[in-house]
Design a binder for this molecule. Structure first.
Ligand SMILES: [Zn+2]
Length: 121
């Protein structure tokens, strides 16, 4: 597990990391919408997410209809973080294809100056 390349994000915006291990996942400027609901309440739709692994693709009935999705996990600690849309069966939801949902409660805000991504326990 420890050999996988980890991307280090930086920029003039908030970086979101895994709640458990702090691995960088996404930047606030990649947020497309904050109007999503996950298992734990509010969730964000991101254009781009890094340092994740994917579960099996499966069809899932969601509040906005049937979608083919894959769960996404942190590559470092394997925590379930959200899901990605592989396919939307409804035209109105096509914009979500290839995008990522991260649950707000499973993210921590990282202040750029304090981040030490290479530190391990
Ligand atoms: Zn993690």
């Amino acid at each position: 597990m420890g050999l996988k390349y980890r991307v280090y994000l930086e920029g003039n915006c908030t970086v979101y990391g895994c709640i458990k291990c702090g691995t960088h996942l996404a930047m606030s400027e990649a947020i497309m919408s904050k109007q999503f609901q996950g298992q734990h309440g509010q969730a964000y739709l991101f254009d781009e997410v890094v340092n994740i692994s994917f579960g099996k693709a499966e069809d899932r009935e969601m509040s906005t209809g049937l979608h083919r999705v894959r769960d996404i996990h942190c590559i470092q600690c394997a925590s379930l973080l959200g899901w990605t849309y592989v396919k939307a069966y409804d035209n109105d939801n096509r914009y979500k294809e290839g995008k990522f949902i991260l649950e707000r409660k499973l993210l921590r805000d990282l202040a750029m100056a304090k981040v030490h991504p290479k530190s391990r326990k």
